[in-house]
Design a protein around this ligand. Structure first.
Ligand code: NDP
Length: 310
């Protein structure tokens, strides 16, 4: 059995920033980097809105810098994910994916959120063969091809713009008659001649022999002028939001109707003393790297207070 005073679960901006602050407070934290070291940001391209980089910064470089900064102050990184957690005993008990057992006096949950899918059986069928939830990861395979992106938020617009730099044509499939994305992103999409926005359109399924060859779409579903048609495409990208990775903690912590961990006011404190939730796993509203980093700092400060009073 291994023991740590503070276990940080997750390696996005919240987790690494918690590591920086807790490390500087001499807590010698242990940080579980999980299945996606660096978190969601590592599957985007450039980050333009993180303060301190007026010309933007490569997302992987940003996360690597945060990681090194946490390590510099003594945060121990483990390339593992938590598979079982018991917050009902003290010290808390955590099992990792390599079977090792850990106890911790305090825990910061910074497990983030994961991409959502439409729930079509064809998404599973064509996963990795034309279906993707990450344009930056897979866009390269669609050079000079025709792709579709589903969603009307900032992520969808960003992915469509990125793919337009590679593909010959990008369709943006939007279920509403308008885009939800910020004005600047909307303008980028509407001003790009390679992108065609299909408003009021839903996806019914995908077709193809060995990979995606097209999508079955419906325009104005349920209306008198409803129209079903097939759109030939080579790639189908999902950009319809995310769900929080909070299932592991469900028996002990309150979650909202979408699974986000509920914390006290604007603090990262949960109802279990010594357990904190930071970043996107507890943020249904803002979901921004800079805000996740800020909440990671708060969580580490709370953990430090808790451990010093203990
Ligand atoms: P959002 O929740 O903002 O948008 C999700 C989009 O997907 C909406 O248009 C929604 O439609 C659509 N959608 C959801 N479910 C379905 C479905 N079943 N079928 C079809 N369409 C669906 O998520 P994002 O990931 O875009 O953004 C999350 C947050 O991150 C936001 O706050 C955003 O501003 C931020 N962000 C900022 C960036 C930047 O600044 N560079 C880049 C990327 C994200 P509807 O509108 O009808 O609900």
């Amino acid at each position: 059995m291994n023991h740590t005073r503070l276990l940080i679960i997750g390696s996005g901006p919240a987790g690494y920033t918690a590591g920086i602050y807790a490390g500087r407070a001499n807590l010698s934290p242990t940080l579980l980097e999980g299945f996606q070291p660096g978190g969601q940001l590592t599957i985007t391209t450039e980050v333009e809105n993180f303060p301190g980089w007026p010309d933007g910064v490569d997302a992987n470089e940003l996360m690597d810098n945060m990681r090194r900064q946490a390590e510099r102050f003594g945060t121990k990184m483990l390339p593992n994910a938590a598979t079982q957690v018991d917050l009902g005993i003290r010290p808390f008990h955590v099992t990792l994916d390599d079977g090792s057992e850990w106890t911790a006096d305090s825990i910061i949950i910074a497990t983030g959120a994961s991409a959502k899918y439409l729930g079509l059986s064809d998404e599973q069928k064509f996963m990795g063969r034309g279906v993707s939830a990450c344009a930056t990861c897979d866009g390269f395979f669609y050079r000079k091809k025709v792709v579709a992106v589903v969603g009307g938020g900032d992520t969808a617009c960003e992915e469509a713009s990125y793919l337009a730099g590679l593909a010959s044509k990008v369709y943006l499939i939007v279920r509403k008659p308008f885009l939800r994305a910020s004005k600047i992103m909307q303008e980028r999409v509407m001003g790009n001649e390679k992108i065609e926005v299909l408003f009021e359109t839903n996806t019914l399924g995908l077709y193809g022999e060995n990979g995606v060859e097209g999508a079955h779409l419906v325009y104005r579903k349920g209306e008198s002028d409803e129209r079903k048609y097939d759109l030939p495409i080579d790639g189908f990208f999902l950009a319809i939001g995310h769900h929080p990775n909070s299932e592991l903690f469900a028996p002990w912590l309150q979650r909202d109707e979408n699974g986000y961990i509920v914390t006290e006011g604007d603090t990262p404190c949960t109802a279990v003393p010594g357990v904190y939730a930071a970043g996107d796993v507890a943020d249904p509203k803002y979901r921004q790297a800079v805000i996740a980093a800020g909440s990671g700092a708060k969580a580490a400060m709370e953990a430090e207070k808790f451990l010093s009073e203990k």
